[in-house]
Design a protein around this ligand. Structure first.
Ligand SMILES: [Fe+2]
Length: 300
């Protein structure tokens, strides 16, 4: 990993995600419970959800994969986009500019590539925003914590975690936040590595891939306050959804959150009070526990 990276030449935020879903009906109810706002459908047949002024953040594509189909990184500006493409080319990796796909996604320019596990990634700038159609959550929720910090975070299950770490840091320009050596069972330690590209403590985290696991372990959505978290927990509990980890506070990003199983099998973490990273002063730390309290699970 190259610590002499250029902080300005990396991606700026995890801006959107596309998910293949076998049950759009269950996802519609799930999205409603979490407070996502239905947006205009995509020209590609996707069902789109909003979290803020951006035209969409989450796109659901009816298919049988029940997994991440693509993730988009916002590069902020045309200059930022071009700088990331230069960085990628210097790493010997091909990113393909795709104007047709940019039109479908509703962004000004886009280039696509894949991560070491073959997860399609899209680099872009200039997402469409629709402030003339104000964000209104179907729940009593003022909004999500998004903006320049992106929609949230994604934990990827990597078949070669070292290769994925090198890719996301050296090629895309994210920075190491910290690591947790998570003792999943006595004597079974799972290293989790957390990476940031803005003030959000992590936009991407890398976990070792287990047999049969999906591309994504979980997505995280951050809301303004603890009451937003508690009210959502009440809603998903009343709806009979599986709480895969109880309310708790993480040791590294201080997020107070719970985890709920999506209709696609992976999880969504829903929380508040995440730590803001100052990239100028941040120093890396190592943790032996995933949480200060809570986050009790029956399954990893
Ligand atoms: Fe998380």
């Amino acid at each position: 990993m190259n610590d002499a990276r250029n902080e300005t030449a990396g991606v700026g935020a995890l801006g959107y995600i596309g998910i293949g879903v076998s049950s759009p009906e269950k996802w519609a109810e799930f999205g409603n419970l979490l407070g996502l706002m239905p947006g205009a459908p995509g020209t590609d047949g996707s069902i789109r959800y909003r979290m803020d002024d951006q035209a969409w953040r989450i796109a659901l594509h009816p298919d049988s994969s029940d997994d991440c189909l693509y993730a988009g990184f916002d590069c902020g500006t045309s200059a930022g986009f071009e700088a990331v493409l230069v960085r990628i080319a210097q790493a010997g990796i091909t990113a393909t500019r795709d104007g047709d796909l940019a039109h479908v996604r509703g962004v000004m320019e886009l280039a696509r590539l894949v991560d070491p596990d073959g997860v399609p990634l899209e680099l872009y700038y200039g997402p469409r925003i629709v402030p003339e159609q104000p964000f209104r959550s179907p729940q009593a929720l003022s909004g999500f914590m998004t903006g320049a910090n992106g929609f949230g975070h994604m934990i990827v299950n990597a078949s070669d975690p070292a290769a994925s770490l090198a890719f996301y840091v050296d090629v895309l320009g994210l920075s190491l936040s910290d690591r947790i050596l998570f003792e999943a069972a006595p004597g079974v330690v799972i290293p989790l590595v957390f990476l940031h590209c803005n003030e959000r403590h992590h936009s991407i985290a890398i976990a070792p891939k287990m047999p049969g696991s999906k591309r994504v372990h979980h997505l995280m959505f951050e809301v303004p306050g603890i009451n937003d978290v508690g009210l959502a927990l009440d809603r998903v509990t009343a709806a009979g959804l599986e709480i895969s980890a109880t309310l708790g506070r993480h040791s590294n990003d201080h997020m107070i959150s719970f985890y709920v199983r999506t209709p696609s099998g992976f999880e969504v973490e829903y929380g508040c009070a995440g730590l803001a990273v100052d990239r100028a002063t941040w120093t890396v730390s190592d943790h032996a526990s995933i949480s200060i309290w809570g986050h009790k699970r029956e399954h990893i």
